[in-house]
Design a protein around this ligand. Structure first.
Ligand code: SAM
Ligand code: SF4
Length: 420
């Protein structure tokens, strides 16, 4: 979501005549697009901000802006604390980049949460093959650990016509894969619901693959499962964050499902779509998590056998309900639980990847592998990264092409294959 927001800011700036540079020394304007989902992201931003101070000293005319969720959270305080920052604007005010730069007013904070980020904005995408598209903004779920509803505001769905037009435009430019973005795509609700939207995207000529993130387990419908099963372009992969294997902790997290509900959804998905890959998010060391709760999470990982997970230790976010819950866990315990989770999942991911050895997979080619130019990176329908080795006879390739590839090597986080 955050990276896509940066694409929108780039789109606006390009329209104003700005040119992108990799080197901050060449820049007249530097925008930090920040994330505040966990403390580590915040720390990273503040240390980067410290580094840019020297540059501003040498080049006082340099404009520095802070955008994104930290901007929304800390607003005026950033301007008070950091005298060399000129503008602060939250993720719902991206469209104002244009106006503030034009106005020439400096030292301004825009964190008024106006809920109008739905304005259609130009987007500067670089990939050429795969594109992200917002279908909705914000979130109403208020999971007790999460800052998103406070920084990105309440849930708003874009009209389906605007989404479909954007995707048609992308298909005309040669894009073949789209990922529909929302904090909880299953609660998409405008003139269509989410399964209806997927069916409409499926009809767009030129688009070969459709993905979506993120699905909240509480809102998975039979209609959605049927669309993934029946429409070839809708990829057989679902990111379904579990967060914890303990129903007691899930309730404290305000997730509105228990472990048994989650398992029923997994069973249904696997029954209807046997090849589906399921990935997840896990939080280690949520307040009041006991050794037994942690054990239930490990048990869940063994039972479900996810294709991959993103796991994090719980990070206190000021203003959320969990921040003031009793039973906060010591950092060292959070970290050791996180390590156990990651080690277990690494074994599972490797085993699942090894099961694909010698199989033939349809790979959508993306870009040459940065580390090894004799390989081209691509992905399976199930979103596994495959480095495709090409030889003299199949030297030419087109990003966006789908090829049949035999898997000859399986690593923990990627596969290797040859063109059949
Ligand atoms: N909307 C998505 C959902 O509910 O599945 C998740 C979006 S959130 C940006 C991505 C992930 O960050 C969450 O699934 C959760 O695991 C993690 N996360 C959010 N807040 C966190 C916190 N305070 N500490 C640790 N991890 C957190
Ligand atoms: Fe955060 Fe929960 Fe909303 Fe996801 S569903 S963005 S975890 S509040």
């Amino acid at each position: 979501m955050n990276v896509h927001d940066s694409e929108k800011m780039s789109g606006i700036l390009k329209g104003q005549g700005y040119i992108e540079t990799d080197n901050p020394r060449d820049a007249d304007l530097v925008i930090f697009n920040t994330c505040s989902i966990r403390q580590k992201a915040e720390q990273k931003f503040y240390s980067e901000l410290g580094r840019i101070k020297e540059l501003k000293k040498r080049k006082p005319e340099l404009t520095i802006a802070v955008a994104g969720c930290i901007a929304q959270q800390d607003g005026q305080n950033i301007l008070k604390r950091v005298p060399y920052v000129d503008y602060v604007m939250g993720p719902q005010n991206i469209h104002k980049v244009r106006d503030i730069l034009k106005s020439g007013i400096s030292r301004i904070s825009i964190d008024d949460n106006p809920l109008i980020a739905d304005t259609e904005l130009p987007v500067e995408r670089k990939d050429g093959v795969r594109a992200w598209i917002n279908i909705m903004y914000g979130c109403n779920n208020f999971c007790s650990y999460c800052i998103v509803p406070y920084t990105r505001g309440r849930e708003r769905s874009r009209p389906s016509g605007a989404i479909l037009n954007e995707i048609k435009g992308l298909a005309d430019k040669g894009y073949v894969e789209v990922t529909l973005l929302g904090q909880n795509v299953n609660s998409y609700a405008s003139d269509a619901d989410f399964p209806e939207l997927l069916k409409a995207v499926d009809k767009i000529e030129g688009i070969k693959r459709i993905r979506f993130v993120t699905s909240n387990p509480k809102d998975i419908s039979d209609n959605l499962i049927a669309v993934i099963r029946d429409r070839d372009k809708v990829c057989e992969h679902i990111h379904l964050p579990l967060q914890s294997g303990s129903t007691r902790i899930l309730s404290l997290m305000n997730r509105k499902y228990g472990y048994d509900d989650y398992m029923r959804t997994v069973d249904k998905l696997r029954k209807e779509i046997p090849a589906i890959a399921i990935t997840s998010d896990i939080i280690a060391g949520f307040p009041d998590e006991t050794v037994e709760d942690h054990r239930l999470t490990l048990k869940a990982l063994r039972e479900i056998e996810f294709d991959g997970i993103f796991a994090f230790h719980y990070s206190v976010r000021a203003g959320t309900r969990a921040a003031t819950m009793p039973g906060q866990i010591e950092d060292s315990i959070k970290l050791s639980r996180l390590n156990e989770i990651l080690e277990l999942q690494n074994d599972i991911s490797e085993r699942k990847n090894k099961a694909l050895l010698n199989s033939v997979q349809k790979i959508l080619l993306e870009m040459p592998n940065e580390k090894d130019l004799a390989k081209i990176s691509g992905r399976t329908q199930t979103n596994k990264i495959v480095n495709v080795i090409f030889n003299e006879t199949n030297k030419t390739f087109n990003p966006g092409e789908i090829l049949c590839v035999r898997i000859i090597k399986a690593n923990r986080h990627s596969l290797e294959g040859t063109i059949t």
